[in-house]
Ligand binder design. Structure first.
Ligand code: ZN
Length: 288
């Protein structure tokens, strides 16, 4: 054996000793911890009380929402706010949101009672035996940790996280803006959205936000697909100009959606003649 090999061998043996030591130590700690945990389970009065309290309280499941949308068009990304996007989503689906807000509110009230009852009935450090384990501090620490783990932590605050992302047309990330909205804010928006006369939104701010988001659904990717489908010509006059635009066949202001079938290629002149732009801001047609 060379000196080099002997050195390696000695190092290896030393290393094995260290590893064996660590394993033995952690086994010892684990069995010690298990002993303390077992004692707490068997003798802690407050943990038994907590089990009884827990059995009496049922908290609601609360769905927290996470809304995300990607824009490949910088203009839309700049004009559309996270609030606009939230309004749009709430206008189309608010049942689940309202359900979750109510569930969180109910949880909050029940959670107050739950905490009060715990404070009243559970006194940590009360054991049904006088023969405690040797390390009393460790015992109390173990009990406190287990008590915390067993205490229910219901969701009591509703929130919606809205995140708008700006990407390149190939999907590569460029920028993002995100905001969390809580229930008082969301409820106020829902009230404003539901302030309708038939199909018409009475709140201009709400209506403008909805239109911005609907219009913003014309991604560059979709735009090019429509141009290609229409043979890069104006569908009205048939010209192939450099100023082609995307037009909503049924205008957004009249309830038209941004779908493949409701979009067409028009040149700037034909689009202006159609007059969707004036319609878009007309108060008389806030239907959606
Ligand atoms: Zn044209």
């Amino acid at each position: 054996m060379t000196a080099e090999q002997i050195r390696t061998l000695i190092l290896l043996i030393l290393l094995l000793h260290v590893v064996a030591g660590i394993v033995a130590f952690s086994v010892l700690i684990n069995s010690l911890n298990a002993k303390y945990r077992k004692f707490v389970i068997e003798h802690s009065e407050s943990l038994k009380q907590l089990d009884e309290i827990n059995a009496a309280y049922r908290f609601n499941a609360v769905k927290l929402f996470d809304l995300r949308h990607s824009y490949d068009n910088e203009n839309f990304f700049d004009t559309i706010s996270t609030r606009d996007y939230l309004i749009y989503q709430l206008a189309h689906a608010q049942k689940e949101v309202i359900k979750s807000i109510k569930a969180a509110q109910a949880n909050k009230e029940l959670h107050e009672k739950y905490k009060e009852e715990i404070a009243e009935k559970c006194i940590l450090g009360t054991f049904d035996t006088d023969e405690l384990l040797s390390n009393e501090k460790k015992l109390l620490r173990t009990e406190a940790r287990m008590f915390k783990q067993k205490t229910k932590q219901p969701i009591t605050a509703f929130s919606i996280y809205v995140c708008l992302e700006l990407t390149k047309i190939n999907g590569v990330h460029r920028d993002s803006k995100c905001q969390t909205y809580y229930s008082p804010d969301v409820m106020k928006l829902i009230q404003r959205i539901n302030n309708k006369s038939g199909d018409f939104y009475n709140d201009t701010g709400i209506w403008d936000a909805i239109c911005r988001v609907e219009r913003g659904k014309v991604s560059n990717r979709l735009r090019f697909a429509i141009y290609e489908r229409d043979g890069n010509r104006c569908r009205k006059c048939g010209r192939r100009t450099g100023d082609l635009e995307i037009d909503h066949i049924v205008p957004i202001a009249k309830g038209g959606k941004t779908t493949y079938d409701n979009l067409q290629t028009l040149c700037h002149r034909c689009n202006m003649q159609k007059g969707t732009r004036t319609e878009f801001y007309s108060n008389k047609s806030r239907r959606f």
